[in-house]
Structure formats: structure tokens, C-alpha cells
Design a protein around this ligand. Structure first.
Ligand SMILES: [Fe+2]
Ligand SMILES: [Fe+2]
Length: 241
């Protein structure tokens, strides 16, 4: 294992040990789209002491390992399969379940809590964009990555001859999704239900919070593990023999 310090980026820290994401989640540090920041910068932005956070990360490593898969140890094909079977499957089930829940809470409680109407206005386009995003990954990018790993270089040449373009597009879309999640977190004051909230209201905010956490894991595995490894493999395969 490489040595970690406050100059290691958040993405590298989580790529090396996925269980570290729990510490970042707990501290509200963005480890997926904000993964390119060194630990020192991410802590400074949050008003946290980087050395203390580093100690928290190291202390966490004494504890039992993460239940999450170690994405860095999977083949690219297995990682694409894992992302589809866990994160995509979860979203395909959860997005259509959450949409009517949010709409109902906004309709019933919107007069008293108008921010729920804003949440509904953010969630609709977020869900549409995410659905088409997953389709692009499943039908275009992931098949290209699997083919490239299998040595079928021809298959990797649909898109201007490089996976860099679809990867960049997916990263842009991750940023948009991350922005929508940040906005919903802000509108709901960190998914805090009003004291008199009914069970549906509470369940809706709770489910939205869970969706945010799953999205952070999902985007981290793509942005910080799958995409850099796929780009490196492509570069390696392009080297003249
Ligand atoms: Fe995905
Ligand atoms: Fe994605």
C-alpha cells in the first residue's frame, strides 16, 4: 500500500480503500466529483484540520474491512458488471419509486414547506438525465471497455477511435448529477425532516439521503477507478509493440 498524507487526493484515498468513503461521507467531503482535490484542500474548504482527518482515516483502517467491493481489485469487465448490477439496478428501482413520493409530499405539504416543491423541480430532470446517462454507459461505454479488455481493439473504435470522448461526457454528466444532489441537500437542510413531518415526508427524505450516498459510491467507482484504469489500458494498447 502506498503512503498516504494530506497531499494525497480524495479520489486516490478512496480508490485505494473504499471504506475511507465512510469517513468522508460523515464529514460531508465530496469524494466522487470532488475526488481530484488533495485531502489538505478538501479539509480547508470544509474548515477541518487535515491532520485530524488523516488520523481518522488511519484509525478507521484498524477496524474491520469494508463490506463494499474493492473496485480496484476487479477486472474492468467485472467492475462494469458490478456497477450495472448494484448501482444501476438500485437507481432503476429507486428513481421511479421516489418520484411520486416527492410529488406527493410537495403537493400535500408544499404550502407550509415550499422547499419541497423546489426539491420536486430538481428531482424530475435529475431522474430523466440519470436514466439516459445509465443507458449510455450500458449501451456504449461499458461495452467498449469490456471489448477493449478482451483485446477486441476494433470494438473500441466506434467513437473517434478513443474512449476519452465518452468518458469525458460521462464525467460532465456526473458533475451535473452531483450538482442536483448538492442542491437537494441544501434545500432539505441535509435531509432533515420538519419536527411535525408525517411518515411519508420522513421516508422520502430518508430515501433521498440514501440515494445520495449510493450515487457518491457509484460515481466514485466510475470517475476514480473505472475511467482512469480504462484510459490507461487504452494508452497501453496503443503503444507500438
Ligand atoms: Fe453508472
Ligand atoms: Fe456514470
Amino acid at each position: 500500500m502506498t503512503t498516504i498524507d494530506i497531499h494525497t487526493t480524495i479520489g486516490e484515498l478512496v480508490a485505494e480503500r473504499p471504506s475511507r468513503s465512510r469517513v468522508f461521507q460523515h464529514l460531508g467531503i465530496d469524494f466522487c466529483c470532488g475526488g481530484k482535490k488533495p485531502l489538505a484542500d478538501a479539509c480547508r474548504d470544509k474548515g477541518l484540520d487535515a491532520q485530524t482527518v488523516l488520523q481518522m482515516l488511519l484509525a478507521g483502517e484498524q477496524a474491520a474491512g469494508s463490506q463494499d467491493v474493492d473496485a480496484a481489485k476487479l477486472s474492468l469487465t467485472a467492475l462494469c458488471d458490478h456497477i450495472e448490477q448494484t448501482h444501476h439496478a438500485y437507481l432503476k428501482q429507486e428513481l421511479p419509486r421516489l418520484e411520486p413520493m416527492i410529488a406527493k409530499v410537495a403537493a400535500v405539504h408544499g404550502d407550509r414547506y415550499p422547499w419541497m416543491r423546489d426539491v420536486a423541480a430538481v428531482f424530475g430532470p435529475f431522474m430523466q438525465e440519470l436514466s439516459s446517462h445509465m443507458m449510455k454507459e450500458e449501451q456504449v461505454l461499458f461495452p467498449m471497455i469490456r471489448a477493449m479488455e478482451a483485446g477486441e481493439t476494433q470494438a473500441a473504435c466506434h467513437c473517434g477511435g478513443t474512449i476519452a470522448n465518452p468518458v469525458r461526457m460521462m464525467e460532465f454528466e456526473h458533475d451535473d448529477a452531483g450538482e442536483a444532489l448538492r442542491r437537494m441537500r441544501e434545500l432539505t437542510d441535509g435531509y432533515t425532516p420538519p419536527v411535525d413531518a408525517c411518515n411519508t415526508f420522513r421516508a422520502t427524505l430518508d430515501a433521498l439521503h440514501e440515494l445520495e450516498q449510493d450515487m457518491h459510491q457509484h460515481v466514485h467507482k466510475e470517475n476514480n477507478v473505472l475511467f482512469p484504469r480504462a484510459l490507461a489500458l487504452e494508452a497501453e494498447q496503443r503503444q507500438p509493440a
